[in-house]
Ligand binder design. Structure first.
Ligand SMILES: Nc1ncnc2c1ncn2[C@@H]1O[C@H](COP(=O)(O)OP(=O)(O)OP(=O)(O)O)[C@@H](O)[C@H]1O
Ligand SMILES: [Mg+2]
Length: 237
């Protein structure tokens, strides 16, 4: 008999089996904190699972130490990310809205841990390339720059608190719009939410704009692009 199922065929609430099984072959990307799986039944969605602490990679020593001693930090990130998504969606004007960050569809328990369901940004059936990949492979085009600036402008317009704007967190590709693939666009897939111990970015729109400009300056250094603080747009150098 299956674990968690009693003889009268009701489920024992103390040992509920996972609601979703993830296939090893569907593990298609990973970050330092999360495994990224294709959803087993819906190719337009991904399931992101927090990696167990010992499995996290390429973290600064201080970050690893902090996370090991204060495990709540990692849970807090997940909460902050979802909170930011919800804040944006509740404020969105449906007549004029195009999300610069990935849509999130809630959490579900999987056999690999708690999974966050999110939309996939795809390209030729695989995941779209990141800004990091396009820059390093020298295939970042003027058209990509326009898409990237459009994403940055919308982060500004909707006052999104994005604390971790690294080149690997911007993905270029197509989203699914009710069964139809959309036009190519640039989407921030990770790193949103005000994770500061004192939520400085949440103080005001003005405070968030200063934080955002600071992130953009750093992003320019890492990508070789030029950030214009006046127009708040990037340029090729
Ligand atoms: N929604 C998405 N669509 C397409 N690709 C994605 C998506 N989400 C994540 N990816 C890919 O998976 C990688 C890792 O995902 P993600 O950044 O969410 O993990 P993480 O562990 O939180 O990252 P980090 O290393 O920045 O802490 C991304 O760099 C990107 O290449
Ligand atoms: Mg990331």
């Amino acid at each position: 008999m299956d674990a968690g199922v009693t003889s009268d065929m009701t489920t024992d609430p103390k040992s509920v089996p996972p609601l979703l099984s993830l296939n090893a072959s569907d593990l298609i990307a990973e970050g330092s904190q999360r495994w990224v799986y294709r959803h087993p039944a819906d190719r337009t969605k991904l399931v992101k699972v927090l990696r167990p602490m010992p499995e996290t990679t390429s973290r600064a020593k201080l970050a690893t130490w902090t996370e090991a001693h204060f495990p709540n930090i990692r849970r807090r990130w997940a909460r902050k990310e979802y909170q930011e998504y919800l804040r944006m969606m509740l404020a969105a004007d449906p007549a004029e809205f195009h999300s610069p960050i990935t849509h999130m569809f809630g959490f579900t328990m999987t056999d690999k841990g708690l999974g966050c369901l999110t939309e996939a940004v795809t390209n030729d059936n695989g995941l779209g390339p990141t800004l990091d990949h396009l820059i390093k492979s020298k295939s970042f085009t003027r058209a990509d720059l326009t898409l990237f600036n459009d994403c940055v402008a919308r982060l500004d317009r909707y006052d999104i608190r994005a604390g971790d704007m690294t080149p690997r967190n911007f993905v270029f590709g197509h989203r699914d719009y009710a069964g139809t693939p959309g036009l190519r666009e640039c989407v921030l897939v990770d790193g949103f939410g005000d994770v500061h111990a004192i939520p400085i970015r949440s103080l005001s729109r003005w405070a968030n704009r200063i934080g955002m400009a600071d992130n953009c300056r750093r992003l320019a250094q890492r990508t070789g692009l030029r950030w214009d603080a006046e127009t708040r747009q990037f340029h090729l150098t």
